[in-house]
Each structure stands twice: as C-alpha cells, then as structure tokens.
Design a protein around this ligand. Structure first.
Ligand SMILES: N[C@@H](CCC(=O)N[C@@H](CS)C(=O)NCC(=O)O)C(=O)O
Length: 409
C-alpha cells in the first residue's frame, strides 16, 4: 500500500540538490573525503523521518535505478521516501554507514522501524513491492514479459554494471577485465544482447508499460551516451543507432523524449553530475579517451593489418608473432601487441598495460620453446634508439638457435 504523504518532499529534495553541488559529488570519493557535516548543517530530511531514506548521489547509476522508480511512483513528492547523500551518515565508508551497508556503496535504503536494504536490485524490488499501488507497477502483465524483465535486469547487473568502470576509472581491473578495450567491447556486445531481447513494439523494454528493467538499464545508458563517444576511433564510431542497436536507440529516444518524467528527472540529475566530472578533468588520464596514442604509426601497423606481408607464426586477439626480416639468430621472432595503446617503448608501461605485457611474455615463452625445442632462447626488449630500438611499437625479440654470449653487445 502507498504510505500517507508526510510533506517532506521539499526538505528531501533540497538535501539532495544541495549535495549535488558539494565536492564529494564529483566522484566516488574515498571515505576520508566524505566528512560528516556539523549537526547544524545536516539536512532535516532524515531527522523528520520519512518512511524510508534512500542514501544516494546524483551521479550514481545504481542509485538512479531506484530513484527513477521512486520518482515515477511519486514517493519523493509525498515525502514517503526521502533521498539524502551518504555524507549524512558520515560518508560511504564511515562506521555508521558501513553498519547499515557493509558494502560501503550507494544506494542504501534505511527503512523506519525495519532492516536497512542495500544493492540496487533488492531495493528496487522492495519499493516496487511495498508501494505497488502508487503510480506505475513496474511489473509487466504476463509471465513471459516478467521473465524478460528479469532477464534484461540481470544481464545489465551481471555483465554490464559489473564492468562499467572501464568507461570512467583510471586503472584496471574493470570487473574481471584487465584490458579497458576488451571491457568496452564486452559492454558493447552485451548492449547488443539486450537490444536483441527488447520488445519489438515498445516503447519500453518489455512492452507498453514501464518496468523494472527500464529503470535498471536507463541510468547506465546515460553513462554510455556520455562516455562511449569519448572512446571513438576508427572501427569504434559512436552513434546511438550503432552503439545501442535499433530497438534500444528507439527506446532511448522515448525515455529521453520528456514523455517519461521520472526518466527526464534522472537524466538531468546524472547529466549535471557528469558534466562536473568532465569539467574536473576526470577523463584526461583515461587511456583511449582523454589520453590517446598519438605517436606516428609504424611499419608494424601495416604488418598487423596485413598490408605488408610477413611470416606470421602465431596470432591471437591481442598479439601477433612473426619472423624478423633481418634475423640476428637462426630463430628470431618478434612478438608485438596488436593495439599499441601508447606502448611505443617499454618505458611507457603503466598499470593498465600489465595485461598485455604479461601476455606478450607468455606468448614469447611459448613460441621460443616451440622454435628451439630443448635449446635456450633469449628474450630482448630494446627501449630507445640508444638501445637499438628501431621501430617505435613495443616488440619482444625471441632469439635462439645458436649459442649466445653474455653480456649482450
Ligand atoms: N551492486 C551494487 C553496486 C553499487 C555501487 O557500485 N555503487 C557505486 C555508485 S553507482 C558506489 O557506491 N561506488 C562508491 C564506492 O564503491 O566506493 C548495487 O547495484 O547497488
């Protein structure tokens, strides 16, 4: 049943809006930055007690999933559910917050007289259930549509939200992915999976009525429309139609048309927080977005694209191994990354290159063993012209088939 209005809407909204402007809103801050405000400054929204308080910040897509449902059901306007920043509880990693949500993440729903809830999926389902009579139900009408709703939400949670940090975090891992590029490609693939599943008729993902999966996916798509274009490069051109697929592009247009006021509100909240991320240089250091490999192409690009023929002995999605055209030993292979990612030289190596450096060495070892059998082989990486590096695209030499001297010349 919908709860009685408590008239706290103004306070709750004011607390949340004030939070939009504070520095801690500009990123997912470490706990020590989220200092507890003095009691006099604290919002009265929680003190005056709505039936529940959602602790969240505008930029949080996981929280926006719950906010969208709260807004569509009018629970904020009636003061039934207040929305407040985690700083009201001392910040995400404060003992008070952690005692309510041991994950130390947003969103958190504190329920008057009840146990706190965390994890956006659980909170969203609770709100849908507890306030079933307020506004749209968010529950599709048929078992098939409900199964589709659950499936889309789950794909979003397990395969997209889990790796979304590849779009905005400086360093890996991005969920199970060490490579930003591979994580981005996976996000794109999973968006395609959801596009294939989405209702043909629309305008929502499961049909004519808004459902939980719309609330789950929409905020993450706000991230995507803001962030994916930053990663544009040949072979990764961004357009809504191309990146989202035809059904999701049509759904996106509907959700952003103004015809779904709760979606418009979430869009505005998230976009204004994302603009601040941008203004604060969030993407400047991010590989493939603000920080790109702008060094000149080398002959290896043409070898990778097969414009120039080479004797390839091994290839996978990350690297190419081919015979050196002026061999310095009976066995002389070059192992190179297919994506240079700024690795013109080894000295540019950063945490985000660990996945490819490890991969190159493992493949070099495999190919070295294969080429020399029981004999020894030497791995060489020349860093800089003084060290005899001639092509400025990182490459690992595998040398063998003769006795080597030490030290190398
Ligand atoms: N699986 C969780 C994920 C929650 C999550 O990662 N929240 C982010 C904001 S969208 C957060 O609190 N990040 C801050 C941190 O991890 O310190 C959910 O769906 O609620």
């Amino acid at each position: 049943m919908a709860r009685e209005p408590r008239g706290l809407a103004g306070l709750a909204v004011a607390a949340f809006a004030a939070a939009c402007t504070c520095r801690s809103m500009l990123g997912f801050c470490p706990a020590h930055q989220l200092t507890r405000p003095a009691p006099a400054q604290r919002s009265r929204a929680t003190a005056l007690q709505a039936a529940a308080t959602l602790y969240d910040m505008p930029v949080s897509n996981n929280g926006a999933r719950v906010r969208l449902i709260i807004y569509a059901k009018g629970l904020d306007e009636t003061g039934t559910v207040a929305v407040a920043p985690p700083s009201e509880l001392g910040g995400l990693k404060s003992p008070e917050y952690m005692s309510l949500n041991p994950q130390g993440k947003m969103p958190l729903l504190s329920i008057e007289g009840g146990s706190p809830l965390y994890e956006s999926d659980t909170i969203a389902r609770y709100i849908i259930d507890a306030y079933a009579d307020a506004g749209p139900s968010f529950v599709p009408a048929t078992p098939e549509a409900r199964a589709l709703d659950n499936l889309i939400s789950r794909i979003h949670d397990v395969y997209i939200a889990a790796i979304q940090s590849c779009m905005y975090r400086a360093v890996p891992p991005f969920g199970p992915f060490q490579s930003r590029w591979e994580a981005l490609a996976e996000i794109k693939r999973q968006v395609g999976v959801i596009n294939d599943l989405a209702s043909e008729e629309g305008p929502f993902l499961t049909g004519s009525e808004i459902a939980h999966s719309d609330a789950a996916l929409f905020p993450t798509m706000i991230f995507m429309q803001d962030m994916l274009p930053r990663f544009m490069q040949p072979g990764w051109e961004f357009s809504e139609e191309e990146a989202f697929g035809p059904k999701l592009a049509r759904w996106w247009r509907h959700m952003t048309s103004g015809k779904v006021p709760a979606a418009s509100k979430v869009l505005e909240e998230m976009n204004s927080a994302l603009q601040k991320w941008d203004a604060n240089g969030r993407y400047e250091g991010i590989l493939h977005a603000g920080r790109r490999d702008t060094a000149d192409p080398t002959i290896f690009d043409k070898i990778i694209s097969k414009e120039i023929p080479s004797e390839v002995v091994y290839e996978d999605k990350r690297c190419l191994v081919f015979k050196d055209i002026s061999p310095a030993a009976p066995v002389h292979l070059l192992v190179i990354p297919k994506r240079r990612e700024g690795l013109t030289q080894l000295r540019n190596a950063a945490v985000e290159h660990e996945y490819i450096l490890g991969h190159l060495l493992r493949v070099a070892a495999e190919q070295g063993k294969k080429a020399v059998g029981e004999g020894g082989y030497r791995i060489v990486i020349n860093d800089g012209a003084e060290a005899a590096q001639s092509v400025f695209h990182l490459h690992v030499h595998v040398l063998g088939g003769r006795t080597m001297s030490w030290p190398p010349g």
